[in-house]
Write a new protein. Sequence first.
Lengths: 295, 322
Amino acid sequence: MTSATVRATQPRSRRYTKDSISLGRVIARMATGLIVLLIFLLPYITMLFASVKSKAEIRSVDPTYFPQEWHWENFVAMWTTPETPLVQNLLSTVIIAVFGTLLVLLVALPAAYYTARFRFPGRMVFLFLVIVSQMLQPAVLTSGIFREFLALGLIDTWLAMIIVNAAFNLSFAVWIMHAFFAGVPKEVDEAAQLDGAGRLATLFRINLPLVWPGIVTAIVFTFVSCWNEFAASLVVLQTAGNQPLSVALTKFVGQHETSWHFVFGVSIVAILPVVILFMLIEKRLIGGLTAGSVK
Amino acid sequence: MNSLPNTSAGVDKRHSRRGSSARSTEAHNRRWADLVAALPWITPALIMIFGVVLFPAGLMFYNSTRVISRSGLDKGTAGFGNFAQIFAFPDFGPIVVRTFVWVILVVVLTVLISLALAQLLYKEFPGRRLVRLAVIVPWAASVVMTTLVVYFGLEPYFGIFNKLFIDLGIIHDPAGFGWTKQPETAFLWAIAVAVFVSLPFTTYTILAGLQTVSVDTLEAAKMDGARPARIYVNITLPQLRGAISIAILINIINVFNSLPILRTMTNSIPGYDADTIMTMIFKYIQVQGRVDYASALSVIAFIIVLIVVALYVRVVKPMKEV
């Protein structure tokens, strides 16, 4: 990758950032990069270190940067802490995120495909509604959501939060998948239909493989957003056992003797899978994310 | 995207050009057939948008004019009584001002820092991919959890960030001024956290914009001997306009609606000296049990967002190409 011959054969556009920069400048960039990396990871390194400290060490008035002893058993003990039923909270987070994402996919995929492929009266109205619902967020609508689900008898249920999460992530998913479907030439569909494929077969066998990157991006974004949702869960889910981690963990704040090592142990467990998911689509974040809006 | 506006109109024109009235009813029928064919594909999405986004919005507007008891019983009309109650609340003015301070400071700082960060991540250097991955982490991590670790780090005496600041010579008191215990400092720290968690999305959006900046114009300017700062201001920035204006718009909506940071950071502080409209809505619901006041304040919040976004879209025109 970095050898001189490869550099020489690369197209013109790559050279602007590569040619004739001094070693000093490369080192300056690396040093700045290292500082940025440390600042961005600092909170999470702090979490990791705090999660393996003993309770005495974490509440010491002379705090330590590095754990004196690594108490990995905290990661077992934390699940039975009395503040909140953490096992149920984790289960709640997982169930709401998984089913919320599935529901978004089920509803957004056909809408995105059809609006990108076919013209019909009311199509612009539909896309306008999608944008309007992007502007409305659960935080500002909580009182309405609360009253609606109270009337439906769904208050304090996972089903309510699955539906709420799906609804508020729908617009983004439709938008991003719409942009990807619109990028597939229409001739591809026409060829498939000439071969006798129905619309569903055209969608699943022909289009899906082509727009797969867009779908993955939409799935990851929806999943992360459901996984971390806070405002609506705070109001809709009232029983401790039904609440997701995001809500449950705030209960530790202001406690007389906060079990910070447990808070951060759980945080590490909750953050790690999502960070890995995001890193898998890192390349796609540049470009795919803004495919519909930035040209 | 450019072909959107003339879609259904195009069908009309094609048919009317052919002439006779029999043809136009045929066109009419065909439009209906098109709509009916579309319904199975878009109806689930419509049900969801109407049922879970627009209906609660309507309900919220309705509730804002009702008297609702703590147990949730509707006790009849309140007229504009709920709004009068909110305007009469002595902390209402400061809360609105604080909301604007919150949005403006967070968005401006986020965009400025992101511009610099994107510039660094665009340049090539060994280890760039690692730095890019690190910048994503606050995006993926739960905002509540990121806020909790900052709150913990600033705890008087045993907070690890306080110790870091003492060792760096920035502060001298291990109590760390009780940063999270006083409304003013807790609010400022909440702003810092909000900027931190907004950086990844904004940086990546600007980075996406940088990929589209024409390399030829950059090289031409370089050949002419223009200084890097001038190249950036005169050539790069104008081409980033689309990416920056979209990033600002999305940040304004997100930051205005942001609840978890302020709630985690300041909820244990008594009084209303660190509240924004968003945290106040939740205090009405959860502390005072007044869904009616909360609805009225939500309506006010909604109208403010609408006006701000409409003004922004009108002045900046972030989507003029879409």
